[in-house]
Design a protein around this ligand. Structure first.
Ligand SMILES: [Zn+2]
Length: 728
């Protein structure tokens, strides 16, 4: 059989497969598709890519029943731009999203989700990291776009930035199994897991098992969670095989080239990713060495699903290469990183990856022979001038055809959340130094380390940022983070001066305005805070953050009605915005409007059931509304997940006592005391509850302890006297 005939057969494989199994009268229909992106996953950390110490049985099994591409390249080592390429089939040169911040995917680029939806598929995305929050434009085409990142419990972390794989997978499974769903309708599901991204903190048992390799532990955990989804898919629809593609948006440098994580460079350490495809129409156990690219993913999935290609896609379907790996030629992969340019004012990196070469256009150009130098450490640009010139021309032509780099001037208030994930925030850089990033890697690492310690060691971070600015005075990121660290040390006047300098020098973004507003508010310069927040809100009314900053400042100014309308404005921009819901609930509690507080708190809890603070506040509101049974149920739920949360235990005990169930209240009061809630109020509650349930001696103990803590409580002393008299 010739290559062409084989291609045709593979291309129609989906239909042949169905027709062979189905009742001929029943029309065959397209297969469902699951696209899995595991963030920050180096190909060479999977068992099927040769890592003998890996614990990735699910992805290894997927490769065994499908095809594996050993040479798959992501175009950019940054989450948002890389996912934009995966979903649109075009490189950053065309879709224009060059960094995680300052860019939103334009509505003119058709996405794979839109294509599936037009074809009648049910489409849903479950994502796990803030860089792919809906505000960045990737949600288009998805009927459901679930980016509900929980608040989290760690005070050293910013809330609402990421979601662990088990929570994202649980949400995806709930959607797959939702009641009333039409099981005959094909679906397109995008599952994005963020766990391998730094910091590396896998849950048990992976933490213990991978104590010296926590990055690999995160990968093993993600692999196990993917297994739950693939198991369900196979169990629930055994007659409807599902097409599954697993890949990553970029790798992780892990110290190669001096880079700890990813973002700065475009070597294979951060651009080579796994790409595994299995399901109907895909042969089992095949390894396809063709260079596969991020932009090829959408065309390949649409081809296998028999849907029309995406308009304007630059990528190609890999189906012919799967059918006949030997006959398929390679298409080069354009790679870039503008992270250093947009964040630090250093030179941008543009590159060209072919099967046997990597070329990087930089102040000092780089050329590597991939075959002889897989680690890409011997730059041979000077000894291979003809090759280097050929690549330089190719890169220059591609970049010239691409869109100009235009960070959205009203940047989003994403800097804080991205920073907590280890990213600097890009923006306009008025006078860039255009230094070569590889000559500056030590400075980049110093900035990255100082950023990582910003919350735990702000004093050290301040010293480090000041030192960096001495070496690289035009570096806006270092100045921005100096200001942020100063603010977290409550040195607000100094912080405000640095934020103002950024704005004055033309290096400020909308985030700078919001940070400035926060520092002014916390430093009690409320009118300045309000002015900065208002300006930020006017620059971009489509995101809630400016209005939230206005609301918080107006609360501090005691202008409750205006604060309320600011928070309402934030909520209009994003209906589940947690800051606005919290602000409106607090304002409602303050004016005694408990039904309104309840509605807002219920919205908060339903978007994030793990938000303990909101759950407790909701319980207290229910107590105030005399809905004691519901309050008790609410507190019980919190106690069941946080068994030593003193506030939850106290509230539960109090609500039980209040509803005439003192005997049930006693053990929770006791646990609250054990958990550290040793206050006269709790001890009195314990004393009265014990007394009412017949334990006079225990009651006396608790009340005595309360009086020792706070003498001069005449009512308590009187009750204690009564108990002691009765005992005599
Ligand atoms: Zn990423």
């Amino acid at each position: 059989m010739g290559a062409a005939a084989l291609v045709v057969l593979v291309a129609v494989g989906v239909w042949i497969w169905h027709d062979g199994r189905r009742d001929a009268r029943q029309p065959s229909r397209p297969v469902s598709v699951v696209l899995i992106t595991i963030d920050t996953l180096r190909a060479d950390r999977l068992g099927c890519y040769g890592d003998e110490r890996a614990a990735t049985p699910v992805l290894d099994a997927l490769a065994a029943r499908g095809v594996r591409f050993p040479n798959a390249i992501a175009h950019v080592p940054l989450t948002l731009p890389s996912h934009a390429s995966i979903l649109t089939g075009v490189t950053p040169l065309v879709h224009g999203v060059r960094d995680n911040t300052g860019f939103v995917l334009g509505s003119t680029f058709p996405t794979i989700a839109e294509q599936f939806r037009i074809a009648g598929f049910d489409t849903a995305a479950f994502v796990s990291g803030f860089p792919v929050h809906r505000r960045f434009g990737l949600a288009r085409g998805f009927n459901v776009y679930d980016d509900r990142f929980p608040r989290g419990e760690d005070p050293a972390r910013l809330p609402y930035v990421e979601r662990r794989a088990d929570l994202t997978v649980a949400a995806a499974l709930a959607w797959l199994q939702r009641p009333g769903s039409d099981s005959s309708r094909p679906f397109f599901l995008w599952l994005h897991l963020f766990d391998p991204h730094a910091p590396y903190e896998p849950p048990e048992p992976y933490l213990s098992r991978f104590r010296d390799r926590p990055y690999e532990g995160e990968i093993a955990f993600a692999d196990s969670q993917i297994g739950l989804v693939l198991d369900w898919v196979q169990r629930a629809r055994p007659q409807d095989p599902v097409l599954v593609l697993a890949t990553s948006d970029h790798g992780e440098s892990l110290g190669e080239h001096g880079e700890p994580t990813h973002g700065l460079f475009v070597y294979d350490s951060t651009t080579r990713v796994p790409l595994i495809l299995a399901g109907p129409g895909v042969p089992a156990g095949r390894v396809v060495p063709t260079l596969a690219r991020g932009i090829d993913i959408a065309p390949t999935l649409l081809d296998l699903a028999h849907l029309p290609p995406l308009r304007g896609a630059e990528g190609r379907s890999l189906v012919p290469a799967i059918a006949n790996p030997e006959a398929a030629g390679d298409e080069p992969a354009y790679v870039e990183s503008l992270y250093a340019r947009l964040g630090f004012g250093w030179a941008p990196l543009y590159g060209w990856r072919e099967a046997s070469w990597l070329y990087v256009e930089a102040p000092q150009p780089e050329l590597y022979s991939v075959a002889q130098d897989a680690a890409q450490v011997r730059n041979i640009a000077a000894v291979q001038p003809a090759e280097a010139t050929r690549f330089r021309r190719a890169v220059a032509a591609a970049v010239a055809r691409g869109r100009p780099v235009e960070p959205v001037a009203p940047g989003r208030d994403v800097a804080d959340r991205l920073r907590s994930l280890g990213y600097t925030s890009g923006g306009p850089v008025a006078n860039p130094s255009l230094r070569d990033p590889k000559a500056m890697i030590e400075v980049a690492v110093r900035i990255e380390n100082a950023m990582a310690n910003e919350r735990s060691d702000a004093v050290g971070a301040i010293a480090e940022f000041r030192a960096v600015l001495k070496d690289d005075p035009a570096n806006p990121v270092a100045r921005r983070h100096l200001a942020i660290a100063l603010s977290s040390e409550r040195r607000f006047d100094e912080a405000i001066a640095e934020f103002r300098r950024l704005l004055d020098e033309g290096n400020g973004t909308r985030e700078t305005l919001i940070s400035l507003s926060d520092s002014c508010r916390l430093g009690n310069r409320l009118e300045e805070a309000l002015a900065a927040a208002r300006k930020a809100s006017e620059q971009d009314p489509t995101t809630p953050d400016g209005a939230d900053a206005m609301g918080k400042t107006l609360v501090a100014l005691g202008r409750g009605d205006e604060a309320r309308s600011a928070f309402e404005q934030a909520l209009a921009a994003q209906p589940d915005d947690p800051d606005a819901l919290t602000g409106l609930a607090d304002l409602a509690i303050e004016r005694g409007d408990f039904p309104e507080a309840r509605r807002k708190l219920e919205a908060l809890v339903s978007r994030d059931p793990g938000d303990t603070a909101a759950s407790l506040k909701l319980g207290v509101v229910l107590v105030r509304m005399n809905e004691l049974d519901q309050a008790i149920a609410r507190f019980t739920t919190v106690v069941s997940t946080r068994p030593s949360n003193a506030e939850a235990l106290t509230n539960l005990a109090g609500a039980l006592a209040k509803s005439g169930r003192p005997a049930e209240a006693v053990p929770y009061f006791e646990r609250a005391v054990e958990a550290g809630a040793v206050s006269p109020m709790v001890l009195n509650g314990l004393g009265f509850a014990r007394f009412e349930s017949g334990d006079a001696a225990g009651a006396a103990d608790a009340l005595k302890r309360s009086l020792r803590l706070k003498p001069g409580q005449p009512n308590v002393a009187a009750v204690l006297k009564q108990i002691e008299r009765r005992n005599d």
